[in-house]
Design a protein around this ligand. Sequence first.
Ligand code: GTP
Ligand code: MG
Length: 452
Amino acid sequence: DHTHADTLRTPIVAVLGHVDHGKTSLLDTIRGSAVSEGEAGAITQHIGATDIPLDTISGMAGELIDPSDFDLPGLLFIDTPGHHSFSTLRARGGALADIAVLVVDVNDGFQPQTEEAIDILRRTGTPFVVAANKADTTPGWNPQDGEPIQKSMEAQSERAKSMLDENLYEIIGQLSDAGFSADLYWRVQDFQKNIGVVPLSALTGEGVPDLLTVLMGLSQRFMKEEMAIDVTGPGEGTVLEVKDERGFGATVDTVVYDGVIRNGDTIVVGGQNEPIVTEIRALLRPRPLAEIRTEKEFEKVGEIGAAAGVKIAAPDLDQAMAGAPVRVVRDRTADQVIEEVKAELAEIEVETADNGVVVKADTLGSLEAMANALREAEVPILRAEVGDIAPRDIAVAETANQDEHKAILGFNVDLLKNAESDLENADVKLFKNEVIYQLVEDYERYVEEKQR
Ligand code: GTP
Ligand code: MG
């Protein structure tokens, strides 16, 4: 059924994984192969995202894909750099990503941030595939640049093949320990029941055609209904990051997942204290094919439709929160939309108690994930907020009436300079970490030692 093709939006694919396991390299390779396919112009760089059209994907996947099998326009990949928490990737109470690629280094296997990614994928019910990356580091590997993985396997020595297999089965075992039945993707019959593992190398590109094929198949089969959107409706998106931009002040890097956002639109954005109502001054996109993170020059666009990443410049955005909703008002009243945004934020609001610890996190999503982890560990929360650790947080933590609760747990946040001396002088213990469960474990160990 191709009649709805123009109203099917691009599926959003989040690329997740432990630090250095190769998320960015994988995206670079997908972009790079697209360039060598002579399709460079077809790729659009967005803020925090890369859009690869179907034709380009089928060009890269070669014999593995028949483009006439698909009516989705392509795939929009979102990189989750370094320690930046991908739990930011939320939308309407669920996951912003329609599908995910969990990148795992075949030699390292599961690492703390892999476990964390798995937890979030499980909780949000996001379908995913595992990219077992760095297959080329297998001793004695005979690289087959850009080839499908099974073809590449045929070119390997028995010894290299069995070493890779061993690592792959280790990962399949770790997935099983995490509660997911998984297998090498070509053995998976039903991707709804089993997780496909795709061995590949971001460095040589072998196995990348397979990954693209599996992703297209997954999106097409399971998500077509969710991809049907009103392309002209008021835009809805999620703040990925709040950033100061020279000449524009505070801006929000946003992924639009529904409708269209136009320059001049009035928008409502979730803020630290209350929803921000403001008018868009500029919609900005990186110039074509420039590397996003080093790109300073933006192109102003008149409008942008889902799914896409865009930088929004507007007054009063300095209080906006990563992970918060962005909604275009259009033909409704601002009050209506404020209520919508409030309702969405209320879903995330963390349950607090009269006594407990202070929690700070970098984004709404990570705050929510922290709260879940602490609830499981039966640690009560006195106050939970997005943002760096400020003098006020120390003052609040000091009011806790049990010693073990005079603590601040900071996830992906910094201690502000003006709070340093307060912390020194206060009877408050600060815990900081970039892995949620380690943060919780550190705190639990501290409490145990205190009680000894
Ligand atoms: P963060 O964004 O910091 O979390 O890391 P990342 O997951 O984006 O990893 P990145 O792509 O930056 O790769 C980390 C290192 O691994 C780099 O030195 C890459 O060159 C290397 N690397 C990535 N993929 C491969 C691969 O398939 N083979 C080999 N040999 N090296 C790889
Ligand atoms: Mg990276």
